[in-house]
Design a protein around this ligand. Structure first.
Ligand code: GLN
Length: 487
């Protein structure tokens, strides 16, 4: 049976109808990882024996008549999400040998539902980056062109899914880290409304922005996974949203009721012409279907990256303060306490973490707090208000996910500002705590994926996913071959 690039819905049917076992499916992915991940470097740790053991347990449950959800479905998780008994490095030398004593809530919920954890995925150190080149363990390559970046910071998760090493993957999205690599790797990447998915057991980066997100082949798949992992959690006071989940994302949509805003500021200078052309084709498809598309303005969009950068660095500097190597983590040691701190942190953290610790500390310092952090919070509130007003006129916004397709490895490593600007179309929804999803909408002439972003009102996650699936259905994007793959 050809198991290539199956969606969760397809795998579910095969498992429930006993056409394959979870063990066979798990072996299919494990063999591909073993054979091909040397090209991609999407994963840091692969737990072959445990994955097979859990798959066998899922098969026993299936044999007893259990069905549905994620039972028996193999997945990969970004390595900043804690997994009991399996390393969690956050892509940093600081945590190179760290094994968490407990599972993140998302992991324990998936475990209970019978999903099969196959591997931990590579990422930018502490999720700081947009290319997965900031990993202490080497970069990940884009499966569609090995000399290109996969995007980031959840680049390992997106690349693993695009390379067909799992049925779905988890990542984290602070300022775009799920949507960005999803766009560059041609998969669906969803950031929930802030508070919809527990972050207990996610290595904290910038707490007022962090969200755990889902990468899958279809928006319907994302909704199924949401059904398992979303919802309040006593271990995370911010996980307070209860979203009303449909039993299944609706297969039909009444296009004449769909009102989509097309924000001019997301189509400004810097947008690649192939990406822009692709977006206009999508617009025509939507108009043909009968959707209403309104040109709208979000003039504060260009302030998103600045506000995000200040808030992000301030919060990163405070969250990373806990890593000093004294109780756990990297230890170089020293002859006195100060030297020990300096050595442990100096050798444990990479360049981007240090840059943000220093700038963030400055932004929060007594003399500067008012001019940076507070100002950025005011801009953030204004951006949220701007979205709120637009959402009285339209129900969704459609935008490019990134201004360009994947760029070459190494092209931006020495230019942090140009990397920060990669997120220019992604940070506004993060700042405003809105749900947003990137879906694959086309290919460039060089066969690289192009992504489109749908942003919705807070709590409208399932509506956003329903529209995303409907758009995926009308585009019906052809797949491209992976050149490194041989049979
Ligand atoms: N690229 C952004 C940053 O480096 C976003 C990272 C993220 O969402 N984790 O801050």
């Amino acid at each position: 049976m050809d198991l290539h690039n199956l969606t969760l819905v397809q795998v579910r049917d095969l498992l429930d109808n006993q056409q394959i076992t979870s063990r066979q499916l798990t072996d299919y992915y494990l063999k591909r990882l073993e054979k091909y991940d040397s090209y991609i470097h999407s994963c840091l740790f692969i737990d072959y024996a445990e994955a097979r053991r859990v798959a066998d347990l899922a098969d026993e449950r299936l044999a007893r008549g259990e069905r549905g959800g994620v039972l028996g479905i193999p997945y990969i998780v970004k390595d900043n999400i804690l997994t009991k008994g399996l390393k969690t490095t956050a892509g940093s030398k600081m945590l190179a040998d760290y094994v968490a004593p407990y599972d993140a809530t998302v992991i324990s919920r998936l475990k209970q539902a019978g999903a099969v954890l196959v591997a931990k995925a590579n990422l930018d150190e502490f999720a700081l980056g947009s290319s997965t080149e900031n990993s202490a363990f080497g970069p990940t390559h884009n499966p569609y062109n090995l000399s290109m970046v996969p995007g980031g910071s959840s680049g390992g998760s997106a690349a693993a899914l695009a390379a067909d090493f799992c049925t779905f993957a988890l990542g984290s999205d602070t300022g775009g880290s799920v949507r960005h690599p999803a766009s560059l790797c041609g998969v669906v990447g969803y950031r929930p409304s802030y508070g919809a998915i527990s972050r207990h057991g996610l290595v904290a980066m910038a707490s007022s922005l962090d969200a755990i997100g889902i990468l899958a082949h279809s928006a319907t798949d994302v909704a199924t996974i949401m059904g398992v992992i979303a919802g309040p959690d006593k271990y995370d006071a911010t996980a307070s949203l209860v979203l009303e989940a449909p039993t299944r994302v609706s297969q039909t949509i009444n296009w004449t009721n769909i009102k989509i805003g097309w924000p001019a500021e997301y189509f400004g200078p810097g947008l690649d012409s192939e990406v822009a052309d692709n977006l206009s084709q999508i617009k025509n498809l939507l108009l043909d279907k009968g959707a209403t598309i309104l040109p709208v303005n979000l003039p504060l969009t260009s302030y998103g990256v600045s506000a995000y950068t200040v808030i992000n660095m301030a919060e990163v500097s405070s969250n990373l303060a806990r890593f000093d190597g004294l109780r756990y983590g990297h230890q170089t040691g020293g002859s006195n306490l100060l030297e020990t701190y300096l050595n442990n942190r100096g050798n444990g953290f990479g360049a981007e973490a240090k840059r943000r610790i220093m700038l963030g500390t400055y932004f929060l310092s007594a003399g500067e707090g008012g001019s940076y952090y507070k100002k950025a919070q005011i801009v953030r509130a204004m951006i949220s208000r701007e979205f709120k007003e637009i959402f009285t006129q339209v129900d969704y916004l459609f935008t490019p996910t990134t201004p360009t397709a994947a760029f070459p490895l190494g092209a931006k490593v020495n230019d942090p500002l140009s990397l920060y600007l990669e997120d220019s179309l992604l940070t506004p929804a993060s700042l405003a705590h809105l749900p947003a999803v990137s879906i694959p909408i086309g290919w460039t002439s060089a066969n690289l994926p192009i992504g489109g972003q749908i942003i919705g009102k807070r709590r409208d996650d399932y509506k956003v996913l329903t529209l995303a699936q409907a758009i995926q259905d009308i585009i019906d994007l052809p797949s491209q071959s992976l050149t490194w793959e041989t049979n």
